[in-house]
Design a protein around this ligand. Sequence first.
Ligand code: GMT
Length: 375
Amino acid sequence: MNIGITCYPTYGGSGIVATELGLELAIRGHEIHFISYANPIRLDPGIPRIHYHEVEVSTYPLFQYPPYCLALASRMAEVAEAYDLDLLHVHYAIPHSIAAMLAQQMLAPKRRLPFITTLHGTDITLVGVDQSYFPITKFSMEKSDGVTTVSDYLRSRTVEVFDVRNEIRVIKNFVNCDVYHPDNEKTGAAQFAPAGEKLLIHLSNFRPVKRVLDCVRILAEVRKSVPAHLLMAGDGPDRSPAEHLARDLKVDRHISFLGKQDHVERLIPLAHVLLMPSELESFGLAALEAMACGVVPVATRVGGVPELITDGEDGYLEAVGDVAAQAARVVALLTDDQLHYKMAKTGRWNAAERFCHEKIIPQYEQYYRDVVARA
Ligand code: GMT
């Protein structure tokens, strides 16, 4: 198929899923056209069957807010016509879904262009529920030819909050277990932990919903029992408050703020435990990537996370903000090698059995065929 994919090309989970989906589809023989304002991260140039079409947003003194959505819609219609796209698949409802609807309408006199919207989380739970976006988010879902969510939780939430009547297909996030795999030697860990400290890792966009300050508090608590070092990968509004807190708690020497990372598959396997103390996660992609790497997640019991992590089997789930409980789980994992080994192994197995790309990508392909057939 010829498929147009639109996403935020930055370090958010939705952009990562969209990019990796495009790569996997291209490997399976589809022609993939990314349409966005920048080349998605994790997308190396020159990959066969991957094409990139930049959306340029012209500015004009009159525009206090350059109309990206309109420029995107024009580009989508242009690319769909020039490359004979079978469908558009947009990730994150706002504004991609509306842009796809406009592109569809622009092409309507000539041909039918179905579009699928994949909801990832904050487009529903945070941004979508904002009064200024609520009606258009609901409208865009109702106009989509197909809607998918990354967890059962997000589907229920979408139906409950937006009262959408169209069918919503749950297609969970996936990981390529050949790319994300354990490194039992922990090669390279010494650069962060020269005295052989155990490594913890956190990966996110450092937005308030991620509760990154809890990571710093957990490390401070853990270090009362075990020498440990924390890798903080990513960047965002709460990075600076987290750095301040680390100094206040006198653990700044034991935390490496690494900024945005392009190759997290090299970094994650160095750690023993992943911290994901989020206020909310619709899925929790970072935890899945960690499990594939044999890194045990200590997370919060929120949103779609229990659909991924089975508490006590392949990770731990604690209440949001319960730093003491999360720290106690980390200490248990760092001081009991057998426990860690067992949970890491189960996590890797579950990631591969339930969420590997080979299981999930065919679900998208089937959904594309269903949507195109009924369009
Ligand atoms: O986590 C974020 O704030 C980024 C956001 C996004 O849409 O880019 O992530 C959401 O999508 C990810 C990929 O599907 C999910 O793994 C995350 O759980 C979800 N984040 C939230 O629901 C807060």
